[in-house]
Design a protein. Structure first.
Length: 152
């Protein structure tokens, strides 16, 4: 009985570890995209400060236009990553609650085991949404890279 209870409590723990790895990669990607936005914005500022928009060379004007397009496309991308981070974080919280409910159901009320199962399933749905947002981010990121490569 006790060993089965411990195994039941550890099952959500495995999902917590898996989500932790997903969060680590997603947070890294979030940092990279935020940094890219800052670098592009700084380059845009330098181009605008160096000359007024009417005095830019054709090459500089094209670069400024390209930077604006990239920044415009990076905003939805950062939102997808943010949503993925929130989904993965929510799932970790739900898996922790699941473990607690499993423990409490053995000590107090057996009916809590049904609540634990529902909580676990909602956590799995949150993991699915996190993966969905990361897939959208990858597709969106490809569009941005294509834009930059085509402009060169």
């Amino acid at each position: 009985m006790v060993s089965q209870l411990i195994q039941s409590i550890l099952a959500p723990g495995i999902m917590i570890s898996a989500c932790g790895l997903l969060l680590l990669g997603t947070n890294n990607k979030y940092s990279i995209v935020v940094n890219r936005i800052r670098v592009l914005d700084e380059e845009k500022r330098k181009l605008k400060w160096a000359k007024s928009e009417n005095e830019l060379t054709e090459k500089e004007a094209l670069r400024l236009q390209n930077i604006r397009q990239q920044i415009h496309l990076l905003y939805p991308r950062i939102k997808f990553i943010r949503n993925a981070v929130l989904s993965y974080t929510t799932s970790v919280a739900l898996f922790i609650i699941t473990s607690i409910l499993i423990g409490l159901s053995s000590l107090l009320v057996e009916k809590l085991s049904n609540v634990a199962l529902v909580t676990f399933m909602i956590g799995m749905i949150a993991v699915f949404f996190g993966s969905y947002f990361m897939a959208k981010e990858i597709i969106w990121g490809y569009r941005i890279v294509t834009l930059e490569v085509e402009s060169v």
